[in-house]
Design a protein around this ligand. Structure first.
Ligand SMILES: [Zn+2]
Length: 331
């Protein structure tokens, strides 16, 4: 770790920490997505193997019952493995961002002249606590993500339940109608691919990946919030605000531009107190940063938002009204 003696160098260091940690996060996102895709291929293989090997006697009913059992077993296995992979990704993302904040805090504790001298003791105490904090942050993030209700009214556990239910239904519908039409085992087996692993359609693959990406990136933000707040949800003394920042991969103007441009609290564009950080949306890759009390001018914006271009329908859906235009002066 570099010795830092001037506060001005800290901003540069933190920008680098953010960049490195975001790169790690993107890798984690890719790894988890690849792992989930592997689980889906395993599920497809297992189902196809059963379709080929289950004896198809004279009684269609019996064949159907055996297929039902096979679907149930393999979808349940997929659901369990998917959840394990998701939870592992969530914990890894929370750890990644809490390490980023721990590095920032360690550097902050090395700064020679604090702009706010009264923070020095807090910073030193915080730096001494770093090791204890990691486990707490991971557990807290898992709790928060499972407790959160998204704007569509669903919690993560309900989303996982729906994924399982939809997978069972679509597989059973496809197989049973194929059986009724007298399709060959080979044809039945082939019909499952578009439902499970084919890209570019709204199938199990798409839904599972959306959940994984959304939650793992949500964990990165929640892990940050948990790292810079105390047990009562209050920001730690050296933290001025939490900044919502757009991902450079942000494809087009959406509700995130409103969140990254909002200044309702008067803390600067996109900056929030701990309880007011926006929830994110499906596929959201935005991240949050610490605004340090000792670096009031450093905003760590790499991708400026366009809040005026956000479609009204999205503002409504996320309950984010357009701010009033500035009052006309009569000079
Ligand atoms: Zn976003």
């Amino acid at each position: 770790m570099a010795d830092i003696f001037e506060i001005s160098e800290l901003a540069k260091e933190y920008a680098q920490l953010i960049r490195a940690s975001r790169q790690k996060q993107m890798q984690l996102d890719r790894d988890t997505i690849a792992h989930v895709l592997g689980l889906l291929h395993d599920t497809l293989d297992a189902l196809q193997e059963d379709i080929r090997s289950i004896p198809r006697g004279i009684l269609a009913e019996r064949f159907q019952r055996d297929l039902e059992r096979s679907i149930s077993r393999h979808v349940t296995t997929f659901g369990e493995r998917f959840k394990a992979s998701l939870d592992g990704g969530i914990e890894a993302a929370a750890l990644n961002v809490s390490e980023r904040e721990a590095d920032l805090l360690r550097r902050l504790s090395l700064v020679r002249t604090q702009i706010h001298p009264e923070h020095s003791l807090h910073v030193a105490a915080g730096a001494a606590q770093i090791g204890v904090e990691f486990g707490r942050v991971q557990a807290e993030v898992l709790d928060r993500l499972y407790a959160r209700v998204y704007p569509d009214g669903l919690k993560l556990s309900q989303r996982l339940y729906n994924l399982d239910r939809d997978a069972r239904r679509s597989i059973a519908d496809t197989l049973f109608s194929g059986v009724a039409q007298g399709q060959s085992a080979r044809k039945l087996a082939e019909a499952l691919r578009p439902l499970l692993t084919a890209p570019g359609v709204e199938n199990v693959r798409y839904k599972a990946m959306r959940i994984a990406r959304t939650e793992i990136n949500s964990a990165y933000r929640e892990g940050h919030i948990a790292s810079v707040t105390d047990e009562n949800g209050k920001l730690k003394p050296w933290v001025e605000a939490i900044g919502w920042r757009l991902s450079p991969a942000h494809p087009r103007t959406d509700i995130c531009d409103a969140w990254a441009g909002d200044d309702t609290e008067g803390l600067g564009a996109g900056n929030y107190s701990s309880g007011n950080v926006p929830p994110g949306h499906p596929h959201c890759l935005c991240y949050t940063v610490t605004l340090l009390a000792s670096l009031p001018d450093q905003q760590f914006v790499s991708h400026p938002p366009k809040p005026d271009d956000v479609p009204e329908s999205q503002r409504k859906y996320y309950g984010q009204p357009k701010p009033d235009p500035p009052a006309q002066s009569d000079s």
